[in-house]
Design a protein. Structure first.
Length: 172
C-alpha cells in the first residue's frame, strides 16, 4: 500500500508542468530501509535479545523432545523386529503420541514466537515513524518513502534514522 502511494506521488510529481516545477524549490526526498531498521536499530537489537531470552527455555525443551522422538524411532527401527508384537505396538503408539505432541508444541512455539516478534516490530516501527517525522521536519523533507522496489542510494536516510533512534531511547 505504501509503495503504491509513493509511486502515485512520484507519477504526479513527474506530470507537473515544467514551468511550475522550475518555479518551486526542488523536492527533498528521502528513503528509509525498514529491513535495516529491524536489523540495526538499537531497539531492534534489544528486542531480538529479549525474545531470544524469552523463548530459549521452550526452544531447549523442544530440542530435547525432538531427540526423544528420534531416539524412540531409532530404537524401534533397530529392535522392532526382535520385539514381541504387543511391545512393538506399544512402542509405535508411544512414538505416534510423542511425535504428535512434538508437532503441536513446535506449532505453538512458532505461533507464539511470531506473535512476539510482530509485537516488538510494531513498537520499533512506531518509534521509527516518530523519528522519521522529526527528521523530516528538522531537515525539511517533502517526502520520505519506505519499502520501494528500487531507490538511488543518495536518497537513503536510513543511517540518520538509526542514529536518531540510537541518540534517543524514546523518540517523542
Amino acid at each position: 500500500m505504501k509503495t503504491k502511494i509513493a509511486m502515485l506521488l512520484v507519477a504526479l510529481m513527474a506530470s507537473l508542468p515544467l514551468s511550475y516545477a522550475s518555479a518551486v524549490e526542488p523536492l527533498k526526498i528521502g528513503y528509509v530501509n525498514t529491513q535495516r531498521l529491524f536489523r540495526d536499530a538499537p531497539a531492534a537489537v534489544r528486542a531480538a535479545k529479549k525474545i531470544e531470552q524469552e523463548f530459549s527455555k521452550r526452544d531447549q525443551d523442544l530440542q530435547r523432545l525432538a531427540k526423544q522422538v528420534q531416539g524412540l524411532q531409532e530404537s524401534l527401527e533397530k529392535n522392532g523386529l526382535t520385539m514381541n508384537e504387543p511391545e512393538r505396538r506399544a512402542k509405535e503408539k508411544d512414538l505416534g503420541e510423542m511425535s504428535r505432541e512434538f508437532q503441536r508444541k513446535q506449532r505453538e512455539f512458532r505461533e507464539d514466537l511470531n506473535l512476539r516478534q510482530n509485537e516488538e516490530n510494531a513498537a520499533i516501527i512506531e518509534k521509527a515513524n516518530k523519528a522519521i517525522k522529526q527528521l523530516a521536519e528538522s531537515e525539511k523533507y517533502d517526502l520520505i518513502v519506505q519499502d520501494v522496489v528500487w531507490v538511488s542510494p543518495k536518497l537513503d536516510i536510513t543511517d540518520k534514522v538509526v542514529k536518531a533512534l540510537s541518540d534517543s531511547k524514546d523518540v517523542k
